[in-house]
Design a protein around this ligand. Structure first.
Ligand SMILES: [Zn+2]
Length: 108
């Protein structure tokens, strides 16, 4: 198999190559770059352990202790409390799948 270095050398010396060779070198380099990422996130490829629990979403909800009381220690009188919810593994996988779909479309 032709090495990445050799492919890059071909691109740097276009006068020594045919147009077909240059196009092929570009395509091969692009394919190799793309193949560094798996097509889906799974427990088997280690993605689940690496990504689950890494992301959170911040949201606010009405205070359960009061209705906007200035004296409330729970919400400092704002009537709302901020919560952090973890992004679910299902959502992480969905986002990744959508990104893969996008780049597969733009590559073809
Ligand atoms: Zn409150």
């Amino acid at each position: 198999m032709i090495s990445d270095e050799r492919l890059r050398f071909k691109l740097k010396t276009p006068t020594l190559c045919t147009t077909d060779e240059i196009e092929m070198a570009k395509e091969l380099l692009a394919l190799r770059k793309a193949s560094l990422m798996p097509s889906e996130l799974t427990a088997e490829n280690g993605a689940k352990a690496a990504l689950m629990g890494e992301f959170t979403e911040e949201a606010s909800m009405p205070c359960t202790e009061c209705f906007g009381d200035d004296e409330c220690e729970n919400c400092d009188g704002s009537g709302r409390i901020l919560i952090e919810a973890p992004v679910s593994w299902t959502t992480i996988k969905s986002i990744y799948a959508k990104a893969v779909e996008h780049f597969q479309k733009s590559a073809s």
